[in-house]
Design a protein around this ligand. Sequence first.
Ligand code: ARG
Length: 389
Amino acid sequence: MKKVILAYSGGLDTSVAIKWLKDRGYEVVAYMADVGQEKTPRAAIDRAKKAGASKVIVRDLKKKFITDYLWPALKAGAVYEGRYVLATALSRPLIAAEQVAVAHQEKATAVAHGCTGKGNDQVRFEVTIQALDSSLEILAPVREWEFRSREEEIQYALRHHIPIDSTKKSPFSIDKNIWGVSVEAGVLEDPNTEPPAESFQWTRGAETRNLKERVVEIGFKKGAPVSLNGKRREPLALIKELNELGAAYGIGRMDMIENRLVGIKSRETYEAPAATLLLQAHRDLESLTLDRELFHFKEGLSQKYAELVYYGLWFTPLRRALDAFIESTQKKVTGSVRVKLRKYSSHVVGRKSPYSLYKESLATYSEKDKFDQRLAKGFIDLWALPYRK
Ligand code: ARG
């Protein structure tokens, strides 16, 4: 029998996919990647088995996600269309790469995912799989099967004794990991409808909370976050702490119409408290430690990098080359940044670095001034030379 490794989330689609694949003659191994989505794996493992998986494999990918994906994206300043911090997009190449490794380990000839045919995620999965092992057969049940509605799918599940999540199904489509939550569908499909309170997963309740301003100091070493308020933190603990703190303040909410790779526009809301605070602080530290030309050049790369991630082009020569370049820009991005939190907003109120390029003696308007203002005239005359009438 052919063996397939299914990227399994524990939700209805991938549970039904187990049965669907079995009916097509496959032995199904359910593979679950833990990127911090907070689902109880126990219940999901049981569900996969009841739906007919021969085996369930759970991989904790959180640390790898941070060091190999999130920190590079943070150093690159990767934000898609100015707002989306790419939480979902960054997780896909990691999940798919590990899926290929599981396929090799289990001697499977096929892999499957539960993405629809309208989104970006199918592209990210399949490009990654093809880039790492093009001999693997790729199956996308949700893109092919015949159900015309969720109701039909639920009926199919009931008919085949596939356990359905007993807790009330959310009216939204939600994807979560430690870098953020993506929420779409339901009432959000009308781009003019304000996201209802219950669409927020992490920042809910911020509206009514009575919050005092508060400052958090984020320490960086060579571009990577290493401490909070002067205390060392492991990467995962640091992200969790900032997510909790930021979420309480409602920080990192985004409501946007984004351009999908498959050509359509979609309305998505995001919550990414830690990512928002870290990107803000990191960029500020760069403004202190990078010279003007490098800082400006890197700004352009941020957009390109974000596009590559969004388009599923992680395992490509350009992304690797950009990472090598970006890493070389981070040598002096060491120091700390103080960020003030207020309800729904955060802003930097101070920064320092042993590699600071800021010279008070040059910038000051006081008597400490060392800037020779007489030099400015000659500079301007030469600067203007090509344009003189
Ligand atoms: N639009 C985002 C992306 O393409 C998120 C996709 C997953 N979102 C969701 N709500 N299931 O990266």
